[in-house]
Design a protein around this ligand. Structure first.
Ligand code: 2AM
Ligand code: CA
Length: 272
């Protein structure tokens, strides 16, 4: 019963994502109003706001009982995770949007009683849609993404790593990220959490490690990564809560424990 519902919600959400993506592409030729939020690097444009408003209006019209948690605040202010909840990031990678006009995504996650049901990540400028529905697999522009198989070694892995780690004023974050960078084959930083999850699901990266992401940054990505057999937790291996911010270790299953255990070891033993 629930599956049937989520199949139609998925199809509807997909149409809205494509429509919103088209509007964002059309907006790029026009002058853009750019403001700052919590600090000088926390940018928001009128396009972030109008895109979120577009989704919120559509969802409220079609699914009045659903709750909405969105980055720009058009959704519900006091939403709990019970029932069906939409997590909307209208433009994930706003700095890329403003500075590069590429490498940003629309990220839409739909959860039911806290369980991830649908994930949609749309790379707007490349016109590539990553999507998954619980139990139905993950897809890139309609082609199935393969499930993770075999063993992956950390020393042969590429990890997405975000510079937020270096801004944490704690030894464990500095030491663990330094060790990880030494241990892996290479690191990448794309500037959009949603796209980093999508690249992991696609298998072109083996893990994504970052600090302090908001629920709308990660909701869709977790569903897509889970559908290919990946694991997502906090840095210390504990479960993610979409009620607040989280550190993130999302990866191929064969390297997940190694990354989180190293973090725990450094946390518990300053001399290591
Ligand atoms: P945003 O562009 O929607 O703000 C940057 O590598 C990634 O982290 C982006 O997904 C960005 O989302 C997110 N991000 C940037 N600053 C953040 C903050 N202060 N809290 C949570 N997520 C943030
Ligand atoms: Ca975001």
């Amino acid at each position: 019963m629930i599956d049937k519902n989520f199949e139609s919600i998925h199809e509807q959400a997909k149409k809205w994502v494509y429509e919103a993506g088209g509007a964002i592409r059309d907006s790029l030729d026009k002058p853009m109003l750019i403001e700052t939020k919590s600090n000088a690097n926390d940018l928001v444009t009128e396009i972030d706001k109008s895109t979120e408003e577009f989704f919120v209006n559509k969802i409220r019209d079609s699914y009045p009982s659903h709750k909405i948690i969105g980055e720009e605040g058009f959704g519900d202010q006091e939403a709990t995770l019970s029932g069906t909840v939409w997590f909307i990031d209208p433009i994930d990678g706003t700095i890329n949007f403003v500075h590069q006009k590429r490498n940003f995504a629309i990220s839409v996650g739909v959860y039911h009683d806290g369980v991830g049901m649908i994930g949609l990540i749309y790379d707007v400028m490349s016109d590539v849609l990553y999507e998954a529905r619980k139990g139905a697999g993950a897809f890139k522009n309609g082609s199935p993404l393969g499930r993770f198989s075999g063993k992956r070694k950390l020393k042969e892995s590429i990890l997405g790593i975000n510079g937020f780690w270096a801004t944490e004023n704690r030894r464990v974050e500095h030491e663990s990220i330094q060790k990880l960078i030494k241990d892996v084959r290479g690191t990448r930083s794309y500037g959009s959490a949603a796209l980093e999850f999508a690249y992991l699901a696609e298998g072109i990266m083996d893990g994504y490690v970052t600090m302090k992401l908001a629920p709308w940054d990660i909701a869709a990505g977790i569903v897509i990564v889970e559908e290919v057999g990946g694991i997502t937790s906090r840095a210390d291996g504990s479960a993610i809560s979409l009620e607040g911010n989280n550190s993130i270790v999302s990866s191929h299953p064969s390297i997940h424990k190694e990354i989180t255990e190293q973090y725990i070891q450094l946390k518990d033993n300053p001399s290591v």
